[in-house]
Each structure stands twice: as C-alpha cells, then as structure tokens.
Design a protein around this ligand. Structure first.
Ligand code: GDP
Length: 424
C-alpha cells in the first residue's frame, strides 16, 4: 500500500472581518478546489457586470453576499493537499458550537492559522486575543500567524506596518505559550504570498503561507500516555458480547488488556478490537474502535465512562480546580451557578463552588482574588463540584482529557481546562 500523507485538521481563527473566510476561499481556489460550475457562474456574472478581468476578489465578494443571504456553498468539503499533508479546514462559523466540538473530539484541530488584519486601526484586537487564548486552552498545538490585508495598508504593502503588527502578535502569543510562531504577510483578497511569492512583497524573504503549512510538524500521537478511551456508545452484539465504542485519546489498547471503566468501576478483558469492520490487534490515538470486553454487561457501563488499564485507571473526581474563559454569558457568573460541563463524552451538571481569582490574559498575573462574579471575556480560576463523580484529568498529565466546554440553555458559555483534582 502507498504511504499515506499525514492528515492535519486546520482551523482559522481571528477577529471578525479580518479575512478568515476570504483566506480559506483563496487557499481552496488556488488549489483548484472550488467546483468548476461555481467559478463558471461567477465568471458569467463578472462579464455581465462588464468586468474586464475575472478576479478571485470578485468570486469572494459574491461568495460573501451569498453567505449573507443564507446561501451556503460547499467549497468541496474544504480539503486540500500539499506535497506533505492532507489538510481539512474546520470552519468556525458557529463559534460557540465549534468550541464544544473541539472539546468533545468531534473536530480537534491540530493547527490554527491566526488571521490579523494589517489595515490601519485594525491589528491585534479583542477577538484576536480571545481566539489565541482559546486555541491554547483547547489544545491546538501549532500556530501560524498571517498579517492579512497587506494590500490595504498605507502605503500598500508597507513593511513598516507589517513589523508593527508582527510585534503586536508576538506580544500576544508569547505569554500564552506559543513559541516560534511564523508570522507571514499576505493578502487573502489579492492572493499575495498565499501559494506563491508576491512581487508586491519584494522585501519579504520568508515563506509563503503554503510553505509554512508544509513546515508544520506531523501531529504527535500520544501513545506514551496512559490509555484513555471515552465511551461513546455501548452495544450488545449477539455471538460477540458487550462492545463499547469510542475513540482512543491517549495510550494504546491491545487485545488481551485488562481494562477498567470509570466511574462505573467495572473491569474486564479485551477479547477483540475492530475498526471499520476490520479486526485489529491494537488501537492507537485517533482510532475510532469497537472492542469486545469479557466480564462486562451492556448495562454496567455507559456513554461518558472512560476506559483505561487497571494498572493506571482514569481519575475520578469529586471536585476540581479549573482555569476557564467566559465566552458568552448574558449577565454574570457567581458562586452557586450550575451549568452542564461537557468533558470528553460526558455531560455532568457542576456547581461553581468558589471563584478563586481572575487572570490577566496578557501575562497570566492575578487581576483580582475572590471576585464576586465573572463575566464574558474574563479568564478565571474556579473550584468546581460535579453533581456526581466523573472522570477528568489534569491538563498537565493528560491534556486530551482535561478540557471542557460549559453549556447553559443551548449555548457554550465558557471553555476551560482542569488544573488540579480532588480524587474520589
Ligand atoms: P472574516 O469575518 O474574518 O471571515 O472576514 P471575511 O473573509 O468575511 O472578510 C471581511 C472583509 O474584509 C470582506 O469585505 C473582505 O472582502 C475583506 N478582506 C478580506 N481579506 C482581505 C484582504 O486581504 N485585503 C483587503 N483589502 N480586504 C480583505
């Protein structure tokens, strides 16, 4: 079998209107991924309007108009391929639900492109900060920053303005913990320095965006960590027995392993593993598997339980300390607030027991000890008590099991990570 290229899930983040969707459109367009009939349709429209040349900018303007009218155009599944990788672009239109998907594993991004507009008066803004912080909180390992709209600086393609915005970006990213991030001047609208070097940016001798994407590191598989496999579903299959289904987050699951499900506290032995209807001897991080466990009945375990080895079982907590960022709460969060926490495949009502402090996103220092309440935009350290014990891990131990979204009344109100646990 031919060696498969590694796959990278990419997400675009940044302040609204700084050019994320334009950039995605441009990338897909330059890769020939926008369906021919859509381009043809736009070409016709351009001619009718008496436009002499057909430009991508025109395509994107139409695309944006149609989006605003609620017409969605499926940009060929938003996939493209480079010499080294297959990329899937995870769009974040419904930002809040994107956060939930990121945490529950539906769409974990391996890398993010942070889009910052260079237009005068723009640069690093509120959502630029929020998104960069979120990306880190959600475990996005690698980041590329683009200084966009270089065509719209004064004067156009100003190296001086690029350097200014670059400094703002460095000041933002270093305290958050992103190091050695490539910062690249581009224009998504005009197509400068996306897949090929631009005449307009002669002073730039760094990579194009495409080169930077190819320079990303192959995402690491956390096979050296303890096994953690959150259960999505449990089946009982005639002639086989109890078959939990889920994705291996960390570690390796092998046939013959002695495993335990927590907090159900049920043990058994792995008799067989299957992925895409093929038997496997072992499953690794990222693999979605069903596996037959002897010694466990279907009703012993359920969605939200986590499977690990009996020698290093999942951590069951009765309380934990977390760092959270409040994304969207209509008023204020005070002690006693009890929303639903979405952690891996578990959903648990949890109470805010204590608001320990608010944190300055710029440098991580304490803003206020024991504040009465926190509100949208705040980053805080809080103590949380779940209604019933469940599995969560410290991010410093097993980051994949340490992140959560907080939902209330159908919305993601906050996201966070577990920094300490009181084990049961
Ligand atoms: P998003 O909200 O971040 O997805 O931003 P959009 O892609 O919708 O772009 C917002 C506005 O900025 C639109 O009017 C775009 O045409 C414009 N825009 C995006 N990229 C560029 C760029 O590189 N140069 C210029 N001059 N305008 C851009």
């Amino acid at each position: 079998m031919a060696q498969q290229k590694p796959h990278i899930n990419l997400v675009t983040i940044g302040h609204v209107d700084h050019g994320k969707s334009t950039l995605v459109g441009r990338l897909l367009y330059e890769h020939g991924e926008i369906p021919a009939h859509i381009i043809e349709e736009y070409r016709k429209q351009a001619e009718e309007k008496g436009k002499a040349t057909f430009e991508f900018a025109w395509v994107m303007d139409r695309y944006k108009e149609e989006r605003e009218r609620g017409v969605t155009i499926d940009l060929a599944h938003r996939k493209f391929e480079t010499d080294k990788y297959y990329f899937t672009i995870i769009d974040a239109p419904g930002h809040r639900d994107f956060v939930k998907n990121m945490i529950t594993g539906a769409s974990q991004a391996d890398a993010a492109v942070l889009v910052v507009s260079a237009r005068d008066g723009e640069g690093v803004m509120a959502q630029t900060r929020e998104h960069a912080f979120l990306a880190k909180t959600l475990g996005v390992q690698q980041l590329i920053a683009v200084v966009n709209k270089m065509d719209a600086t004064q004067p156009p393609y100003s190296q001086k303005r690029f350097e200014e915005v670059k400094q703002q970006i460095e000041k933002l990213l270093t305290p958050i913990g992103y190091r050695n991030v490539p910062i690249i001047p581009i224009s998504g609208y005009k197509g400068d320095n996306i897949t090929k070097p631009s005449e307009n940016l002669k002073w730039w001798n760094g990579p194009t965006l495409l080169q930077a994407l190819d320079n990303l590191k192959v995402p690491e598989k956390p096979i050296d960590k303890p096994l953690r496999l959150p259960v999505q579903d449990v089946y009982s299959i005639t002639g086989i027995g109890t078959v939990p289904v889920g994705r291996v987050e960390t570690g390796v699951l092998k046939v013959g392993d002695k495993v335990v499900f927590q907090p159900a506290d049920k043990q058994g032995e792995v008799k067989s593993i299957e992925m895409h209807h093929e038997p496997l001897q072992q499953a690794e991080p990222g693999d979605n598997v069903g596996f037959n466990v002897r010694g466990i009945a279907k009703n012993d375990i359920k969605r939200g339980d986590v499977c690990g080895h009996v020698t290093s079982p999942p951590t069951v907590v009765r309380a934990f300390t977390a760092q959270i960022v409040v994304l969207n709460h209509p008023s204020a969060i005070a002690v006693g607030y009890k929303p639903v926490f979405h952690v891996h495949t578990a959903q648990v009502a949890c109470r805010f027991e204590q608001i320990i402090k608010t944190v300055n996103p710029k440098d991580g220092t304490t803003l206020k000890e024991n504040p009465d309440y926190i509100k949208t935009g705040d980053i805080a350290v809080v103590k949380i008590v779940p209604d019933r014990p469940f599995v969560i891990e410290k991010v410093s131990d097993i980051p994949q099991l340490g992140r959560f979204a907080i939902r209330d009344m159908g919305q993601t109100v906050a996201a966070g990570q577990c920094i300490d646990v009181e084990a049961k």
